[in-house]
Design a binder for this molecule. Structure first.
Ligand code: PEP
Ligand code: MN
Length: 332
């Protein structure tokens, strides 16, 4: 989405030009260099044609500013198709990705996949390489878990999404996953982004916990420049000041990216709120805000989960959430 830059003729009162722009409903930022004034028109307020801008007294030129993330912008309005499943693009129904935080055992992920597929989930998630805040916490079963995840998904026609933590593990993860996840802690790990991009797979890019939307879009641009065919954004909550919930789900960013930028955004209410009782409410709110899909953590024995038990929905709760979403889609 390119910005438009309006430059003011020498000798003209820039304040008068600014008033004319504002009167047309435009939001502008004033820049001054070498005694000349320019106004950068915010992209989402560009309802005025270039000809109309040139018609304003005192306007010398109106030209497209250099877009910061042209490849991300070019994804606007298009669905990202992963293993035959369309994510985003307006017409596609919301896509649900679900599974445990960590892939715990072959039998566990197999049983989970069966229940989730029956509920209408399309992507099986689960960490094989886990980014844990503490070095003493469970770090994932690694390569073995990738194999279990793939077999479980294939048995039920599910696509696989799982995280790439390091450049070295990238090819191994890509050999098992349809959608490569870059986690929140790595959103600005540019060497990892370049390595993941080279794998040539679509990427689920989670928002860094303190990243601005612009930083997030630029991280997506790194992936596309580096060779990734498509990027799906995942909002998973940002750091707030209040420990009452794990993070703060930024639904404003979801609405902005979905409705203004036209990009596919998946919302992870589990990491956002950190407690299972609130996950369904946030899931519904996310879809209302424009999300193209959801990523939800589930576990059938959350008390014994190897990671993130408190935020995992039981399979029964997941089924209830899915049934509710289907009803809403039919009603809407
Ligand atoms: C995850 O989805 O497994 C995960 C670790 O999430 P995040 O990167 O959002 O913390
Ligand atoms: Mn988790």
């Amino acid at each position: 989405m390119a910005t438009v830059v309006v430059s003011v003729k020498a000798g003209h009162d820039a304040a008068v030009v600014q008033a004319e722009l504002v009167a047309r409903g435009l939001w502008v930022e004033r820049l001054e260099a070498g005694g000349r004034v320019q106004f950068v028109v915010e992209p989402h307020s560009q309802a005025v044609t270039r000809e109309a801008l040139l018609g304003i007294a005192g306007v010398e030129a109106a030209f497209a500013g250099k877009p910061a993330h042209p490849r991300m912008d070019a994804q606007a309005g298009r669905a990202v198709v992963v293993a035959g499943v369309a994510v985003g693009g307006g017409a596609a129904p919301p896509v649900v990705m679900a599974g445990p935080c960590s892939v715990e055992s072959e039998a566990h992920i197999a049983a989970t996949a069966a229940r989730l597929a029956a509920a209408g989930v399309r992507f099986l998630r689960g960490g094989a390489f886990k980014p844990r805040t503490s070095p003493y916490a469970f770090q994932g079963h690694g390569e073995r878990a990738l194999g279990w995840l793939r077999v479980a998904a294939d048995a039920h026609g599910l696509a696989v999404v799982t995280e790439v933590m390091s450049a070295e593990a990238g090819p191994l993860v890509a050999a098992h996953a349809d959608l490569l996840q870059v986690g929140s802690r790595n959103m600005q790990n540019y060497a990892l982004l370049a390595a993941v991009a080279r794998l040539g797979r679509p990427v689920l890019l989670k928002r860094g916990m303190s990243a601005t939307v612009e930083e997030w879009l630029l991280a997506g641009e790194y992936l596309l420049v580096g060779g990734a065919p498509a990027v799906i954004l995942c909002e998973r909550g940002v750091r707030g000041f209040d420990p009452s919930t794990r993070n703060v789900l930024d639904l404003g960013a979801v609405a902005l990216l979905s409705h203004v930028h036209g990009l596919p955004v998946v919302v992870d209410p589990s990491h956002a709120v950190g407690r299972r009782d609130l996950v369904p409410a946030l899931a519904r709110a996310a879809l209302a805000a424009g999300a193209a899909g959801l990523m939800v953590e589930t576990h059938d024995d959350a008390g014994h989960a190897l990671s993130d038990g408190p935020q995992a929905l039981t399979p029964h709760e997941m089924q209830t959430l899915m049934d509710g979403l289907v009803k809403e889609v039919h009603r809407g």
